[in-house]
Design a protein around this ligand. Structure first.
Ligand SMILES: NC(=O)c1ccc[n+]([C@@H]2O[C@H](COP(=O)([O-])OP(=O)(O)OC[C@H]3O[C@@H](n4cnc5c(N)ncnc54)[C@H](OP(=O)(O)O)[C@@H]3O)[C@@H](O)[C@H]2O)c1
Length: 260
């Protein structure tokens, strides 16, 4: 069994990815090493076999697979020789060429999970550099598959695009939920009632959109064509360029992912 080291292992995303993989026995606790500069690594009481260190060089020496999960601005503080390892980056805004040059690795996978990984509902695109082996790819598919749907994408720039589209996780849908709750309160609904109502609405909507035979455009058309109150609401939103607002937000996130 390969040893997996996670640099930044005390962080939010590292835990959100690792706990489902451990719970589904995709990895064994005794094969995992986590590093952090100063924070105690919490959240793994159920897996006491996990090792921790503050020394990234030690983690690298003991690991066959190294996952980079520090914030982009912290990468310059990571000292490790990752030559000969499978290196997996979950980092936004960090091109593969920079990672390979800095750490001397030639088997690199860039991925972009999101925070829904914790409850097994991330969408995680991944891109492999040419030297990544089929065994490496099988590990990536299995590890990230434990926390959602993992799909290989053909080009590295796809990862930068998906950083905006799905890397933001539930944040963009939460913006719509916020507006709906505010509208309900402004129109006399008690805040706790508005909150529970919209939470349930988002759950039902997410479930329906994910399982429906109709795609999103077809669902919208069905309701517009039906001609009732929902149609009135959708038409008003579309006429005020709801699509344009969403696309402007995605453009801004994409540009940020590209470092612009
Ligand atoms: N959160 C998300 O939803 C999300 C989604 C997609 C991608 N990402 C990417 O995932 C990466 C991690 O994000 P996050 O949200 O998990 O951030 P985070 O919670 O701040 O975790 C980063 C961890 O890195 C550790 N760290 C920093 N420098 C280190 C070093 N030199 N050696 C070892 N550990 C170090 C920090 O702990 P210490 O301060 O104790 O060292 C911290 O626990 C980022 O690059 C981000 O772009 C995040």
């Amino acid at each position: 069994m390969s040893t997996i080291g996670i640099i930044g292992g005390a962080g939010w995303l590292a835990g959100a990815l690792l706990r489902p993989a451990l719970a589904k026995s995709m990895v064994r606790a005794e094969d995992v090493i986590l590093s952090s500069r100063r924070t105690a690594v919490a959240g793994f009481d159920a897996w006491p076999g996990i090792r921790t260190t503050s020394d990234n060089a030690e983690l690298a020496a003991k690991s066959d697979i190294v996952i980079l999960s520090v914030r982009p601005d912290d990468l310059s503080g990571v000292e490790a020789d990752l030559s000969g390892k499978l290196v997996i980056s979950v980092m936004a805004r960090m091109p593969g060429s920079e990672i390979s040059k800095r750490f001397g690795c030639d088997r690199l996978v860039r991925t972009m999970p999101n925070a829904s990984a914790e409850f097994g509902q991330s969408f995680t695109p991944w891109h492999a550099s040419p030297n990544v082996t089929s065994a490496d790819k099988a590990f990536v598919a299995s590890f990230f598959g434990a926390s959602g749907i993992a799909r290989e994408v053909p080009n590295e720039p796809d990862i930068d695009y998906f950083t905006g589209l799905t890397g933001s996780g539930f944040a963009f849908p939460a913006l719509m939920a916020r507006a709906m709750i505010e509208h309900a309160i402004e129109n006399g609904v008690a805040p706790d009632l508005a909150d529970v109502a919209v939470r349930q609405l988002m759950l039902g909507a997410g479930t329906y959109v994910s399982v429906s035979k109709e795609n999103a455009a077809e669902i919208v058309k069905t309701f517009v064509d039906y001609g009732g109150t929902t149609s009135a609401g959708l038409t008003a939103m579309i006429e005020r360029d709801s699509d344009g607002v969403v696309k402007a937000g995605l453009d801004a996130a994409w540009q940020r992912a590209l470092g612009n």
